[in-house]
Design a protein. Structure first.
Length: 154
């Protein structure tokens, strides 16, 4: 909900598209968003497609109501994708160490057990997850990648 509220500073309206009617956001943040005049909610809805990204712009979305199966177009000029509270690291299962919740395990901030592979941001930070942490640890990982490549003579 923090992101939706933040976006109201720049957008004329914000539509929160959510796959169910329940949220993991704090009660106070959800209530604040629900009361905001610029924020509307489309519940039980998922994004099936984003239109015109090949032209490097967004002109609309294809949405699907998960209860009825109805598919329809939703005109919009922007999309902000919130990742939620589950790390998107399943692709590394069996390759990198993970904790029970699916976060990649690191030591010294960004190092994984695999030499030359670094993890940062939302996939390894369960406490702060997004924004500043992702930017900060992303920078840390980039510095380590640069060092690694120099060591490899590349």
């Amino acid at each position: 909900m923090e992101e939706a509220l933040f976006l109201t500073r720049f957008a004329t309206k914000v539509t929160v598209i959510h796959r169910s009617a329940t949220f993991r956001a704090s009660k106070i943040m959800l209530e604040r968003a629900q009361r905001h005049e610029k924020i509307k909610f489309l519940l039980h809805t998922v994004v099936e497609d984003v239109y015109d990204i090949h032209h490097k712009e967004v002109t609309g979305l294809k949405l699907r109501d998960v209860q009825t199966g109805r598919v329809y177009d939703f005109p919009t000029s922007a999309l902000f994708l919130g990742i939620g509270h589950e790390p998107n690291a399943k692709m590394f299962t069996g390759q990198l160490d993970m904790d029970a919740d699916g976060y990649l395990k690191t030591h010294n901030y960004v190092f994984t057990r695999v030499h030359g592979v670094y993890a940062c941001g939302d996939v390894q930070d369960r406490r702060y997850r997004q924004a500043i942490t992702a930017a900060g640890t992303g920078c840390m990982a980039a510095i380590e990648v640069e060092k690694f490549l120099e060591e490899q003579g590349k």
